[in-house]
Design a protein around this ligand. Structure first.
Ligand code: 1HE
Length: 273
C-alpha cells in the first residue's frame, strides 16, 4: 500500500455545489466536512438535504468517505431555530428527511469513517452513529439534550445509538442530560479509536487507506450484511452469511487476493507490506 500523503483536491460537479458542506477527494477517499462552523455545524434542513445529495452522488471511484466538522465542534445537532414553529405533520416529514439522508450514509455503497471532536450532540451524535467507524479526538463530548429541550431524537438515534452503547446508557443520557467525555465514549463503545486533539483526521485518513485497499464487495458485505445478520435469528443469519460469503468469494477481486497470498506476493496477518 502506498504511504505517501494523498493530495486532497476540491470535489468537482454536484459535490462542489453544496455550500453547507466542503467536499474534497483524493483518489478513492472522499473527505466531507460539515461547513457551518459559526453555528457549530448545527444541522439545518438544507444541510440534511445536502448530506443526502452528497451521499447519493459519490464519485464512481469513491471507496471510502471520511466525514468531519469544520471549526471547533463536530456538530451541535438539530438547528433549533428551525423547529419552534413546526407543526406535528412538518415534524414527522422533517424527521423522515433525516432518516432518508442518514440511511443513505449507513446503507450507501462505501464505508464511512466519522472524525469526532468537540460537541457531538443530539443530531450530531445521530449522524456519528450512521458511520461504520468512529475516531474521536480527546476534545469530543457526547450528549443527547433532546430530553432537556422537550423533544425526542428524530434523526434515527433511537435505532442506531442503542446498538452502539445500549438502551440503558442512552436512557441515562436522555433522562438526566449526562454528558460523556471522549474517554467515556470510547469505553462505552461509541468510538473505535481515541486520539489526541488535532490527530483525528490523520488517523481517519490512515484507516481510510486501509479500507480503500480492500475489495469493494468485501467492504460492502461488512457494512451491509454484517449488521443485518447480527439482527436476524441465528439460522436465518447463517443462511445469509453463506450467500454473502459465496458472492464475495466468487468475485474476481477475491480470487486474485487469495492467489496473491498463496504465491506469497502479499504479507501475512499483522505483517502486511
Ligand atoms: C445553534 C445550535 C443549534 C449552537 N441550533 N443554533 N442541540 C443542542 O441543544 C445543542 C445546543 N448548542 C450548545 O449547547 C452549544 O452551542 C455548544 C456546546 C454546541 C457549543 O458551544 P459554544 O460556546 O462553542 O457556541 P455557542 O456560543 O453556544 O453557539 C454559537 C452559535 O451557534 C450561536 O449563535 P449566534 O447567532 O449567537 O452566534 C448559537 O445559537 C448557535 N447554535 N447550537 C441552532 N443546535 C433530528 S432530531 C435531533 C434533535 C437534536 O439534535 S436536539 C439537540 C440540539
Amino acid at each position: 500500500m502506498p504511504t505517501e500523503p494523498l493530495e486532497y483536491r476540491p470535489a468537482t460537479g454536484l459535490l462542489a455545489d453544496l455550500p453547507l458542506l466542503k467536499v474534497e477527494t483524493a483518489g478513492p477517499v472522499v473527505h466531507l466536512r460539515l461547513n457551518r462552523p459559526d453555528k457549530r455545524n448545527a444541522m439545518s434542513e438544507a444541510m440534511v438535504r445536502q448530506l443526502h445529495t452528497a451521499f447519493v452522488n459519490l464519485p464512481a471511484d469513491a471507496r471510502v468517505v471520511v466525514i468531519s466538522g469544520e471549526g471547533g465542534h463536530f456538530s451541535a445537532g438539530l438547528d433549533l431555530s428551525e423547529v419552534t414553529e413546526q407543526s406535528v405533520a412538518e415534524g414527522i416529514f422533517h424527521s423522515r428527511l433525516w432518516h432518508a439522508a442518514f440511511d443513505q450514509i449507513q446503507f450507501g455503497p462505501v464505508p464511512v469513517i466519522a472524525v469526532l471532536h468537540g460537541a457531538v450532540v443530539g443530531g450530531g451524535l445521530e449522524l456519528a452513529a450512521t458511520a461504520h467507524l468512529r475516531v474521536a479526538e480527546a476534545s469530543a463530548f457526547y450528549a443527547l439534550p433532546e430530553g432537556q429541550r422537550g423533544i425526542f431524537v428524530g434523526g434515527s438515534g433511537s435505532a442506531r445509538i442503542p446498538r452502539l452503547i445500549g438502551v440503558a446508557r442512552m436512557t441515562d443520557m436522555m433522562l438526566t442530560g449526562r454528558v460523556l467525555d471522549a474517554a467515556e465514549g470510547q469505553a462505552a463503545g461509541l468510538t473505535n479509536y481515541l486520539v489526541g486533539n488535532g490527530e483525528g483526521l490523520a488517523k481517519a485518513f490512515e484507516l481510510a487507506r486501509k479500507v480503500a485497499a480492500n475489495a469493494p464487495l468485501s467492504n460492502y458485505a461488512v457494512t451491509q450484511a454484517l449488521p443485518r445478520i447480527a439482527q436476524m435469528a441465528q439460522a436465518d443469519g447463517l443462511f445469509v452469511e453463506s450467500l454473502m460469503s459465496a458472492i464475495a468469494q466468487g468475485d474476481e477481486a477475491a480470487k486474485r487476493r487469495v492467489r496473491d497470498f498463496l504465491a506469497k506476493r502479499v504479507g501475512k496477518v499483522g505483517k502486511e507490506r
